[in-house]
Design a protein around this ligand. Sequence first.
Ligand code: MG
Length: 379
Amino acid sequence: MKRIVLLGATGSIGSQTVEIIAQHPERFQLVGIAYGSQTDVALRLVTEHDVKMVSGPMKDQGRFPEATFFDHESLDAFVNAFDEPVVVVNALVGAIGLKPTLAALNKGFDVLLANKETLVIGGALIKAALEKTTASLIPIDSEHSGIAQCLKGAHADDIEKVVITTSGGSFRDKCKDDLEHVTVADALKHPNWTMGAKITIDSATMMNKVFEIIEAHWLFGLDYDRIEAVLHRQSIVHGMVHFKDGNVLWHVGPPDMRIPILSALEGDDRLVYRSVFDITKFESLTFEPIDSDRYSLFDLGVAVAKKGGAHTTVLNAANEEAVRLFLNKTIRFTDIERIIADCLTAFDNGHDTSLKGVLKLDAEVRRYIMTRYTDGENT
Ligand code: MG
């Protein structure tokens, strides 16, 4: 029986993780949940799964009389409170995911990671933590999960390169000029995947693919020149591995996040999941290079990744704040890229990648954006 602590339990990945857990009660038990705002959903989870450890906003504490309650501002303390071995599923959104991931690995708990921002800002910290523990870090991201399937039984030395795919996001058929006037509602209409708001916007800007390249770099230990991304409109090929002997393995499947979630949870077993996938429905599969004029944020982000250092923290914090401002209709879609570029100029690429240094820089970037872009004058 795997005892699961689910961080971000009420979000898109969190809810789908609960579905998978419920389908295999003989294998998985939900023992802890952390949530941010959806109290009613959290209450239902606690009742249905008899969860005794809960993290949420302190004002909600009285509504969970049967559970030990933790402030959701201290997710690392929440993870540290588990004495028996657990598996931590990190389905949080944003930089907030770094501290609990480190806490879990330091306690020897496996982490199933959907929170890619953890690796974007703290890749070096996670790598150092993994070198000191027997615990594993397993991706819950369709591309990386697919690549991990292709790599089962393979040796790292045998990999020539890996390729991740992108659908192109909700504006893939719009030209750059059209993007000045797109709405939040348009941006949230992803052609293939149903996902949370932040990642849907990241897909539209192509920042999600930048983050996934960084994620692949740390997960698979590959240099950036051996990680590629291609535009694949059908979203059924998720990842490819080119081996040095000329063999190329593809991971193919429906765009359904419950498959990578189950793959991460099941480990080396194959548990049952009923999905319908009929390849004859696809008359053709297309693969195109990413147009760097159209998706200029992609090139900018990859350049930041390749330089390394603390600038990936600036990239992430600026992106998180800019996406938030777009979602609450303070700025336009195209301002996301302008704000990110501004922050990368305003903040030097320092080399302090300690946890303290990363969190300090993260806060500074957010403050900079708050003072500069929330009065409307600079947008
Ligand atoms: Mg992905």
